[in-house]
Every structure is written in C-alpha cells, then in structure tokens.
Ligand binder design. Structure first.
Ligand code: 8X3
Length: 247
C-alpha cells in the first residue's frame, strides 16, 4: 500500500485530498493543527490506515520531531502533498500587518520547506511531491502583496525542487487554484463572514473536492508521467480578478 503525507489535512483542500487518496488506495499520514478534526476525519476514512500528526508547519522542531517518530508502517513516504497554508489580511503594502506577513511567509514558504526537508529522506524513486500554489503566485492583484509573493515562492520552489530531485527520480508538481470555496476567505478576512461571502457572490466557485480530483490525477499517473504545473479556475473565472458574476 502506498503512503501519502498530507499537510493542512484538517480542512479544505487537504481534507478533500485525504478523502480522494483514501479512495485511490493510499494509506495516509495526516498532519494538521486541529487534532479533533483530524481524528474525526480518520474515523470517516476507515478502514484506510491513517497516522495522525499534530503540528503547525511553521514550527520546524515540531515538524522534525513528528516526522522522525513515524511508525515503521508509515516510515516510507510515496507522495507528499504540501497543502498547509493560508492568506492573512488583504491590505495595501503600506498598511500591512507584520504578524500577517510573518504568518504567510512562515507558513506558505518556510513551512513547505521544513516539511519537505524532513520528509524527503523518507522518499525514493517514483515519489511525487505536490505543492499547493495559487493563481496569486502568477498574477499580481491589488493588496495581494505578501500573499502573492508567498505563492510566487511556491511556484519557483516547485520548479527548482523538480530540478534538484530529478536525479532521485522524485517528480514535483504545483497545483495553482483560483477561486475555491473553503475557509480560505474567512481566514484571510479574520472571521468577517460577510466579506468572505462577497468573494464568492454570484459565482459558482470551485470546491475543495475539485482540487482534490486534480491532485488525485497527478499522483496516480504512471511512473514516466510528470505533471509540472496545473492552474485550475472555476468556469466563471478567467484570471485572478476577472470573474463573471451573476447580478
Ligand atoms: C487563492 C486564490 O485569487 O484569492 O489562492 O489569490 S486568490
């Protein structure tokens, strides 16, 4: 049985990916900050073997300890899904909140690095890493500043990881979604539900399961096939801020 390691598994795209990969016959290492949610998910996934890790990807020591203590049945990792990440705030650069900047750079960029560094020694020929980028990594938009920069870093890290890991036979992909309805906007707007709801107003956004489908496709390709970058929009979106809304 192949093993997939998913960060940010307690909600959104990570959770949906856990469901999709369980259906594809993977056993799962699910990492997240919210233990109770992970436990509920593990119950839902039964009889799929699941190992839970509770850590915040921003805490390097916690990441390293958790990965070093994986039990023998989960010691080899075939697929790593670097999904954990968030947007915090949407403000002009001159008004940015430093804590928001730190959270995005520490989580979206450094967290991805910490997890990859810890997990890579457990991966071998035929392994696949999928990094969750964003259309925000390809297009600048007003007030996106540090979030866009963090996702541009994910895009570039994906490309450079693919080069560095070529000799080891590890494939590396980036999935870059546009508008997906998850807790993303609630987190970005710090619980302001009205502002979050407005993001999806008059639009049928993607659901987490739509992105999970794409990830499932990437990680079930035959060994000679490497997806590199996949940008995924809902039908009503053509670019980061070009959206057709029903009035
Ligand atoms: C999420 C997409 O357009 O809000 O990463 O940046 S967007």
């Amino acid at each position: 049985m192949k093993t997939a390691f998913i960060t940010g598994a307690s909600s959104g795209i990570g959770r949906a990916t856990a469901v999709a990969l369980a259906k594809s016959g993977f056993q799962l290492i699910l990492a997240g900050r919210r233990r109770e949610r992970l436990e509920t998910l593990a119950q839902e996934l039964a009889p799929t073997p699941v190992h839970l890790l509770t850590f915040d990807v921003r805490e390097r020591a916690a990441v390293e300890t958790a990965v070093s203590e994986l039990p023998a049945e989960f010691a080899h990792v075939d697929v790593l899904i670097n999904n954990a990440g968030n947007a915090h705030g949407l403000a002009p650069i001159q008004d940015g909140d430093v804590a928001d900047w730190d959270a995005m750079l520490d989580g979206n960029v450094k967290g991805l690095l910490y997890v990859s560094r810890a997990v890579l020694p457990r991966m071998g020929e035929g392994g696949i890493i999928v990094n969750l980028g964003s259309i925000a990594g390809y297009e600048a938009y007003a007030n996106g500043n540090v979030y866009c920069a963090s996702k541009a870093a994910v895009a570039m890290l994906t490309r450079t990881m693919r080069i560095d890991l070529l000799p080891r036979g590890i494939r590396v992909a980036e999935v870059a979604p546009g508008m997906v309805e998850t807790e993303f906007s609630e987190v970005r707007f710090k619980g302001d539900e009205e502002r979050a709801a407005n993001v999806y107003k008059g639009v049928e956004p993607l659901q987490a399961a739509d992105i999970a489908d794409v990830i499932q496709f990437i990680v079930t390709r035959p060994p000679h096939v490497q997806l590199a970058e996949v940008v995924v929009f809902p039908a009503a979106q053509a670019a980061a801020t070009t959206v057709k809304r029903a009035s």
